[in-house]
Design a binder for this molecule. Structure first.
Ligand code: ZN
Length: 325
């Protein structure tokens, strides 16, 4: 790969993953979704368990891992190229929850039980769509501690210890490592997370996995990494976002994500510290930069290099912008 590629917004072919809780909703974005219960689309991924490949421009066919090796220092920004475990710092997914996901919790970066080379996982969700009455599990009920949580798990009444909240399109959930959580049936979500695939499963509804056998649980690790006093989880409604202004949804040590409503043309710019990741949540429009123009529509995810500079969004769409700060 030549070092002299001019920066441009990268669009990737997603890596789709079959999950026991998955469905067919990701087809609505026009993707060629493989058969089966497809739960996850890894839209921008540079992980041993999945790498996304570019479908546009001069770098078409290249994996994000190859781009990181050849151009990362220049294209990911002074902070975006230094964070994480040497790989691209974030993992961007779309999730179709046709059934309930396991109740789970993720470790922080310093958890001693982490697999070698893996990071902790702080994540956030933006709800793209939700069926009427849809709920998720978000944190422990007040007062639950390690002892009472462990007792509830072993006595088969874990649900008594968990907070359930109703969700609708536009809701945002920030889920720092240590927060017990589960997406539930009927929600379609954009997920922004640390580049990690480490999940400790506390409860899986006693159901069989894709192979007919129950999926493994990780009770001891879960009890170890759960933040009983809270980890700083926050949630918000985001319908107050105004055209041409960024509304901050989450500010973490790993990513800062803002929501923006595009009506007409909006002039923007990348910063030297970080790439911009754009997830189109709704609508259609375009991205224009010095030497090109790309169409954009709901479900598209783009990686704009830190050295792209000025660009503009146009059309009628809602976007989520994530950076490393
Ligand atoms: Zn999770």
């Amino acid at each position: 790969m030549t070092q002299s590629v001019k920066p441009y917004p990268l669009h990737f072919k997603p890596e789709f993953k079959e999950r026991v809780w998955g469905g067919r909703e990701l087809e609505r974005f026009g993707y060629d979704v493989p058969e089966g219960h497809i739960g996850e689309g890894w839209m921008i991924a540079d992980h041993p368990n999945g790498v996304s490949h570019v479908i546009n421009g001069e770098l078409a066919g290249q994996g994000l891992d190859q781009i990181r090796e050849a151009l990362g220092a220049e294209w990911f920004g002074s902070k975006g190229s230094q964070s994480g475990n040497g790989r691209f710092p974030l993992l961007i997914k779309l999730l179709d929850c046709n059934d309930d996901l396991s109740v789970q919790v993720h470790p922080t970066d310093d958890y001693a039980g982490l697999p070698k080379g893996e990071l902790g996982k702080t994540e956030m969700w933006y709800v793209l769509d939700a069926k009427p009455g849809a709920k998720i599990i978000y944190g422990l009920k007040p007062g639950v501690n390690r002892e009472s949580f462990a007792a509830a798990i072993s006595e088969g009444r874990i649900m008594d210890t968990l907070q359930e909240v109703s969700v609708e399109a536009g809701d945002t959930f920030y889920i720092p490592a240590g927060t017990v959580h589960a997406l539930c049936a009927g929600v379609l979500v954009a997920e922004i997370q640390q580049n990690s695939d480490t999940t400790y499963r506390v409860y899986d509804y006693d159901r069989p996995g894709l192979d007919g056998k129950p999926r493994e649980l990780h009770i001891e690790d879960s009890l170890n990494v759960t933040a009983y006093e809270g980890a700083g989880a926050t949630r918000m409604k985001t319908d107050g976002a105004k055209p041409g202004e960024w509304l901050t949804l989450a500010k973490s040590p790993y990513f800062v994500t803002d929501k923006g409503v595009v009506r007409g043309e909006w002039k923007l710019s990348t910063v030297p510290e970080s790439f911009d990741i754009l997830i189109v949540a709704e609508g259609t429009g375009s991205i224009r930069w010095e030497s090109g123009l790309l169409d954009a529509k709901a479900g598209d995810c783009f990686l704009l290099p830190a050295n792209l500079g000025d660009y503009s969004l146009a059309g009628e769409m809602t976007v989520l912008r994530s950076r490393v700060e």
